[in-house]
Design a protein around this ligand. Sequence first.
Ligand code: ASP
Length: 448
Amino acid sequence: MSQIEDSGYEGEALRLLKQADCDIGDIIRVSSKGKVYEGILIPRPELGEGTIVIVKMKSGYNVGIKVTKDVKLEKVGKGTKPTFASPPIPKQNPALPHVVIMSTGGTIASRVDYRTGAVRSAISASDLYGVVPELADVARVDTEIVFSLYSENITQKQWTELAETVAKRIEQGVDGVVIAHGTDTMAYTSAALSFALQNLPVPVIVVGAQRSSDRPSSDAATNLIGAVKAAGEAPFAEVGLAMHETVSDIGIVVHRGTKVRKCHTSRRDTFKSINGFPIAKVKDLQVTMQTDQYQHRDAKKKLVLKPNFSEKVALVKFYPGLDPAIIDFYVEKGFKGILLEGSGLGHVSKFCFDAIKRAVAKGVLVALASQCIWGRVNMNVYDTGRDLLSFGVVPLDEMFPETGLVKLMWVLGQTDEVEEAKKLLKTNIAGEFSLRTLPQEKILEGGQ
Ligand code: ASP
């Protein structure tokens, strides 16, 4: 099927491309103002103008040519579709632990289309296993595709599906589970699984990559090997999130599923533990625990699966001038929970007070986490905080907004009873609360 209609080109450019029977990936020659450009036709960049045709030249550079009436455009060669043949699955060593790698999509399961430079979600968990043959020396690996989505497209439905799939595999007796996932919302998923999979007998490690596995600079192999090692052998049994510890390929760090956040758009060490410390590190195929406060691996433990999440929970970020009508809007739409992302120690402007009172009166569970990210909410210091507490707003202490939001979705997936939900929200389920927030100076200074 021709991709030209969906390529983003329009007007004279689209007309000429269609007339010359061009498709994305074809080799075209464009003559304009006495100059000739020859190369691969690539789709219009998202923010590009539809009448400027983009050609990838032999040099690798992209050239944009404005198509007007006097431009000549012809097709000089048919493009070849990118193909990827899955490498053979390595031989298994029966002495090694049994780990299942599940794929859900994202950069770790993507390949670059070198014709156009675009990254596509294209490879499965078993392809990953083939691409990283070293895994065969770390574990007996089984693979399973759960879904294939960029993580920005993952919702509560997929968290439920994933939790149920992991539970099934754990009940079958695997020694650990690794979930290859897009990094954008990976920390939300790790929090969701932390609440959904309780009393785990073995580790469940979510892993991603900032660069796709076929790029020379990819972090996929190091992250995957480290994650599989930890899943198969580490002494803890919690949901963890494994990624590069630093920008270099030296080793990975496993963060607690409820205490981790994506903090950088592109660095390989983008994930940091927030208001807590990593559980473990894996370097030179050695797992070292970073704390003695963890849930222990024990094959005899019986997993408790609680995979439901409410879709009727909203996050409202406070900012100067926030229109409180947004709170009323969610209440009218039947939302059951609202997480306020408050300022500082836990505040929102007094102009929101009436809307918050109306929400609470309608039985909506209103909670608050701080947009400061580091530190904990203390709503007893200023009268704004005290007022909010008196309206029934539930402070989420050290939980930063993402984990707070996922917890609220999970809590309201367990019960409709507001008082019961409040109690559950304040109960420590997966290390999201600790008695005091540990000093994070080292992290704030850029260390781990
Ligand atoms: N947008 C991608 C995703 O989250 C980015 C990544 O995988 O790193 O799926």
